[in-house]
Design a protein around this ligand. Sequence first.
Ligand code: DLL
Length: 443
Amino acid sequence: MFQPEIESMERKELTRLQNQRLKETVERVYHSVPFYRDKLKEAGLHPNTFNGLDELTKLPFTVKKDLRDHYPFGLFAVKQEEVVRLHASSGTKGKPTVVGYTRKDLDHWADVCARAIVAAGGRTGDVFHNAYGYGLFTGGLGMHYGAERLGVTTVPVSGGNRTRQALLIEDFRPRGIAGTPSFILSLGEAMIQAGKDPRATSVEYGIFGAEPWTEEMRQALEEMWDIHALDIYGLSEVIGPGVAIECWQAKDGLHIAEDHFLVEVIHPDTGEPVSDGELGELVFTTLTKEAIPVIRYRTGDLASVSREPCRCGRTHARMSRIKGRIDDMLIIRGVNVFPSEIEPVVLAQAELAPHYQLVVEREGGLDQLTVEVEVTEDYYDHIGRELEAGEQAEMLKKRFAHQLKDLLGLTSQVKLYAPGAIPRSEGKAVRIIDRRKLLNKQS
Ligand code: DLL
C-alpha cells in the first residue's frame, strides 16, 4: 500500500475522521459559497448545530446542472489566486464543467492516484506508460502526478498515435500502462496488425477507466496483453481519477479513498439511501477539497457498495464496477438497455471483435435498435467479402440477434462490419448513437 496507515485504517477510526471532515466541509461551504449557504439555510441547517454523519441525508444534493449554472467559478470556495490548476469535463453539449484545485487539493490527488497505482500492482522504480489524454481532461495529469508521487518513471505519452505508442512500449519497457480500455484494446490491435505481439511486451499491469467496461472486456484485455487489468474510477467534479481503484489481489470491487470522499448509494428516483450490495446511484461528498468542495454530488453512475473486508487488507469500502449511467440508459420500446449489458454478448461470439455501437432510430413511430459490430481479422479473412450477404455471416447475425433477444427481450438488428470500420476514439469510446434525439430536435 502507498499509505497503509490510511488505507487499512480501522473502520471506527475512519468514521471518526470522516465525521470531523464532513463538519469542516459544511462549515467551509457555508461561509464561502453563497449557493451552498442558501441551500443549507433552506434545509434548516447551520454549521454550528450540524451533527455530522448522523445528519448526512439532511444535506441537499448537488447536480451537474448546479456546476453549469455557476459556470465557470461560481461554486469555488477559495479566492482565485489560491487556485493553481483548472480542469474541465468534456461535455458534448453546452459549456464544460469547470473544476479547480488548490496546492493542497493537488497534493491529495497525487496521493490517491499513487495509491491507485500501487493497488494495481505498481511499485517505485517501474516505468509507467500513461496514455490518458493530457489537457483539460483530468485523466492524463491526474495519473501523471500520482505516478511521480509514487516514484515511477513516468512516460507522459497521452492518447493517440498508436504506432508511436507501440514503439515507445517496445523501447522504454514499461511495467505499467494506463488509458481508456477501448484505447488500449485498439493499441493492442494496431500492434498485432503490425506483426508485433502485445503479450511479449514488458507490460504487467494496466489501469483502465474513464468509461464503462465489463468483466468480459477485462478478460479480453488480459488475454491480449498478458497483464492484470484493473478498473479505476473517478470524475472531475469529485477530483478526477483516483476516487476508487481495484486491487490486483482480489479484482473484486474498487476501493474508494474514503478518507477524502464520502460515498452514498441512493435510489435514483426517490433519492433515498439503498442498502449495501444494492444497485443505485453513487453520490459523493468531498471531505478535504478546498477549491471546489461538493456536497452530496449525484454522479449519475450506477453501482453498489460493499463494506466487507477485502483480502488485500484495505479497509476502505468497495464499489462495484459502474453498471451504467442513468442518462446512458436507452429506453427502447419500454425496455431499459445499457451498453454494458450488450458487451458480454459481443465478446461471447468468437467471430466478433469488441468494437461495437448501438444505433437507435425511430421508424414509423417505433424504436429500432441496431447493434453495429466488427468481426475479427481471422473471421474476415475466412469469409472475405461475404460479410454483407453470405450465408455464414447471416447465421452469425442470427445467432447474435437471438442471444440479444434472450438477454433484452427485444428484437434488434445486427450489422457486421469489417475490422477497423467502427470509428476508434482517442479518449472515451462512443457506444451510443441515438438518432431519435436528432429527429426530436428537428421537429
Ligand atoms: O473520466 C476521470 C477518470 C480519468 C477516471 C481516468 C478514470 C481514469 P470525467 O471526464 O469527469 O472524469 O468523467 C467522469 O466517467 O461519472 C463515469 O460515468 C465515467 N467513468 C469514469 N471512470 C469509470 C470507470 C474521468 N472505471 C465519468 N467505469 C464518470 C465506468 C467510468 N465509468
